[in-house]
Design a protein around this ligand. Structure first.
Ligand code: NAG
Ligand code: NAG
Ligand code: NAG
Ligand code: NAG
Ligand code: NAG
Ligand code: NAG
Ligand code: NAG
Ligand code: NAG
Ligand code: NAG
Ligand code: NAG
Length: 699
């Protein structure tokens, strides 16, 4: 059995050749160049768990962009309101759920303070700012001349230069692929006179979104910093914010002094002695005693890591196509790959704004993790996916078992908006959305087709079992119709329906079937018995709801296609034939209905209010329906924007960047490159001559 799968998987790898030198040419042709700081996005160096956002000086001199990490989090102090002083005091809310009361993690109006605390904490922290200190005077960006910078994506080097008061300053900024360290090289005669660097430390703020900048700089008395100059070329600054503390380890070549803080601030200054070159490393660590790697080590490691990244993964070369559409798609593809490696390849799921700034307090959302992390698998970067998966699910398994048990279900119910502890942030939508549940099946199945072996089966087995147990017990047997219903109460992918009446949404029904199919197959592959409850539920799921020959948002939704409220938010019905493969069990999808649905969405959906991944989801739907030109049109829709540095623009609903846009674009383009089971494509517009390498067909 296993041998058969190996042969199938390997024979379907799409072989091609895009030589390393050609890849390099393509990647470097999109190196980002700027002559001024952006007000919304930095240029970044980083490694997925740590990233440094720079302004036009290559540092954070004029724009306080972030240094964000996977580990840097902070809690404000707990409320002191009697009866609301600990997590244990919080009760959530009880809602009727099929004739019984179920407790959901929702804000409780009788417990406002602890409810809010649980939503707002912990927040991800901006660890520090590092910038140029020009000595005397108030220097602004306008005072610098000949500003120019280039981010070389092939090596991970950010080169910046400018002229100040008649003297040139050259800067290189690098990040270590293997630690939370930034390396900086500055060359300028000005270093011998006034020019030095500053290090500054903010306190978190309480806002849900911290964009474009994270932290406040004037809450000086709420936190402390302690400087220790440990040698003529090293210093540490310990930063304590309530119960969080971490160390900034600064090391430089030659003699120098760190002084400060400046009065009323946490700003410190480094000045080197008598040299026109400054070579610096700054390592951030929650533990004391870290020894920073040397600058030479970091530069060599960055060059090596990025060259491997670009050489080893899958690749799409559209440069032989003479069209502005192809050129823009190529730009988005290349920069998205770079930005996802920097911002999303973390050992916890990434947040939607990566390591640029904070959305939702810096927390992450498990339903979005399919978009955020799947591209690493589809583009042949499994080691980046494995940083967080399946480890995150294993780590969150005990609390997810508890969540299901407290609600009277079997198995494990995954949280939605969460943090490194796996706890649910209270929220009506957070507690009632369900499409994150089958994601482990999607990840496991994708991994299996590239690694069809017993190790893969074993490492996902307990996770899939716990997930399928929950999914089966969550489905409610409706005696009058004789089928298993999903909801109420629940929120579907489109988060704007009435939860107490939402029942049997199209996407979730299709995804439940997909998940239970994979879970059953997983057991069969291991010669284990498939639990009867899984197949009973799967084989008796409510049918997909159809209204006027189209798939509806959910069964019985009033005014489908006629009331504007039904054509809003995410058009997830398109996801059942695109993001998801057609069903492996049960009634086949009706192609006429699928086509009608896609046509209605195109005609009626207000896409200007959409999140960017909607466009990729619609593109994937168009591809499966055979309309490649429409797929390209969706991916280049005027509302689906990427800025001059390739950052995905948030649009009307969320701040910039919103990385699910980049990630979903990579999923859609990987389907163009390699098709899917049964139709391996490729699926490019007529006349496009495209070289691709390293893809496995989609499910
Ligand atoms: C930046 O400046 C250089 C040289 O002055 C110029 O060639 C280039 O077009 C400018 N780039 C941008 C993005 O403005
Ligand atoms: C925040 O507090 C919660 C509850 O005590 C705890 O589980 C979590 O680890 C804390 N996080 C940080 C970053 O201190
Ligand atoms: C849903 O029903 C519960 C009672 O079970 C009620 O408390 C809640 O307010 C209702 N929610 C909405 C959005 O109507
Ligand atoms: C420096 O100049 C800027 C722009 O003119 C101004 O906004 C800022 O307040 C000044 N800062 C100081 C410390 O004078
Ligand atoms: C600019 O440079 C001149 C010498 O070339 C020096 O006298 C002057 O102080 C400098 N000004 C500033 C603001 O650094
Ligand atoms: C910090 O600055 C903000 C915005 O300028 C202001 O609203 C706030 O009151 C200040 N906080 C302190 C502690 O000075
Ligand atoms: C590319 O297309 C443009 C317009 O479609 C055309 O003018 C140009 O000659 C083409 N270039 C090549 C190299 O085919
Ligand atoms: C089996 O798959 C895992 C990934 O799940 C991979 O790391 C490993 O190399 C594979 N082992 C064999 C023997 O192919
Ligand atoms: C059974 O299904 C029907 C049709 O979907 C629905 O109206 C009814 O509320 C369901 N019954 C229960 C007990 O949920
Ligand atoms: C597919 O849907 C169309 C439109 O609702 C319907 O006419 C047709 O009978 C359906 N086909 C099947 C096989 O159910």
């Amino acid at each position: 059995m296993h041998v058969l799968y190996v042969l199938v998987a390997l024979s379907s790898v799409v072989e091609g050749a895009v030589t390393v030198s050609q890849r390099r040419k393509v990647v470097q042709s999109f190196n980002v160049r700027r002559n001024a700081s952006s007000n919304s996005t930095p240029l970044q160096v980083g490694n997925g768990n740590f990233a440094f956002g720079a302004d036009v000086t290559g540092l954070q001199t004029f724009k306080p962009y972030g240094i964000l990490s996977t580990w840097g989090w902070h809690n404000f102090s707990l409320p002191t309101t009697p009866g609301q002083t600990s997590m244990e005091d919080y009760t959530g809310m009880q809602w009727w759920t099929h004739d019984r009361l179920v407790t959901y993690a929702q804000p409780n109006p009788a417990q406002n303070d602890i409810s809010s605390w649980l939503i707002q904490n912990p927040q991800r922290t901006n660890l520090a700012n590092i910038g140029f200190a020009f000595g005397a005077g108030n220097v602004t960006e306008d005072d610098l001349q000949q500003k120019t910078q280039e981010l070389d994506m092939w090596s991970g080097r950010l080169s910046s230069s400018f002229v100040y008061n008649g003297s040139a300053v050259q800067v290189e900024t690098w990040a270590d692929p293997d630690s939370d360290t930034v390396a900086v090289i500055v060359e300028s005669e000005l270093l011998k006179s006034g020019l030095g660097l500053f290090f500054d430390f903010p306190y978190p703020d309480r806002n849900k979104f911290n964009a474009p900048f994270v932290g406040v700089w004037n809450a000086t008395s709420s936190h402390t910093t302690v400087l220790q100059q440990t040698s003529p070329n090293t210093a540490t600054i310990q930063h304590t914010l309530d119960k969080s503390t971490y160390i900034t380890n600064v090391a430089w070549v030659g003699r120098g002094t760190v002084s400060g803080p400046a009065k009323g601030t946490h700003r410190y200054f480094l000045k080197v002695e008598d040299s026109s070159k400054l070579q610096l490393t700054v390592s951030l660590s929650p533990e004391p005693g870290l020894k920073s790697p040397t600058l030479e080590t970091i530069v060599a490691a960055s060059r090596g890591w990025w060259e491997s990244f670009w050489s080893e993964g899958a690749f799409i070369d559209l440069t032989a196509v003479n069209s502005t559409e192809a050129a823009e798609l190529q730009r988005r593809i290349v920069i998205s790959l770079y930005l996802l490696a920097v911002n999303s390849a973390s050992s916890d799921p990434p947040q939607e704004s990566g390591l640029v700034n904070n959305g939702w307090y810096g927390k992450f959302h498990l339903e979005m993790n399919l978009w955020n992390s799947l591209p690493f698998a589809r583009w042949g970067h499994f080691p980046l996916l494995w940083r967080s998966l399946p480890g995150m699910y294993k780590r969150f398994l005990p609390s997810s078992f508890d969540r299901a048990r407290h609600q009277g279900y079997d198995g494990a119910r995954w949280s939605k908006m969460t943090d490194p502890t796996g706890r649910s942030a209270p929220g009506e939508i957070n507690s009632l959305i369900i499409w994150q549940q089958p994601h482990p099946m999607y990840f496991a199945e994708i991994e299996y087709r590239s690694f069809p072996n017993a190790t893969t089966l074993a490492r996902w087995d307990d996770i899939l079992t716990a997930t399928a147990d929950f999914m089966a017990s969550f489905a409610f047997f409706n005696k009058s119709t004789g089928v298993y219903d999903l909801g109420p109460p629940m929120y579907p992918v489109s988060e704007n329906t009435a939860p107490n009446v939402t029942i049997n949404p199209t996407f979730e029904l299709a995804y439940w079937r997909f998940g239970l199919d994979v879970a059953a197959r997983w057991k069969t592959r291991q010669n284990l018995a498939v639990p009867k409850t899984w197949t009973t539920v799967r084989d008796n799921l409510a049918p997909l709801p159809v209204v006027d020959g189209t798939y509806a948002v959910y069964e019985g939704i009033p005014g489908m296609w006629t009331d504007k409220a039904t054509t809003n938010d995410h058009p997830a019905m398109a996801g059942i034939y695109g993001l998801l493969p057609p069903p492996a069990s049960g009634t086949p999808l009706n192609l006429t209905v699928l086509r009608n649905t896609a046509a209605k969405i195109k005609q009626l959906w207000p896409l200007e209010e959409s999140y960017g991944w909607d466009f990729s989801m619609l593109a994937m739907n168009s591809l499966r329906l055979g309309d490649v030109d429409q797929a390209v049109a969706y991916l280049l829709h005027s509302v689906f924007q990427f800025d001059d540095a390739g950052y995905p623009v948030g649009g009307s609903r969320v701040p910039t960047p919103y990385f699910p846009n980049s990630a979903s674009l990579l999923l859609a383009t990987s389907m163009m490159a390699s098709g899917w089971d049964g139709d391996e494509g490729p699926h490019w517009p007529a006349g496009w001559k495209v070289d691709v390498e390293g893809f496995v067909p989609a499910l």
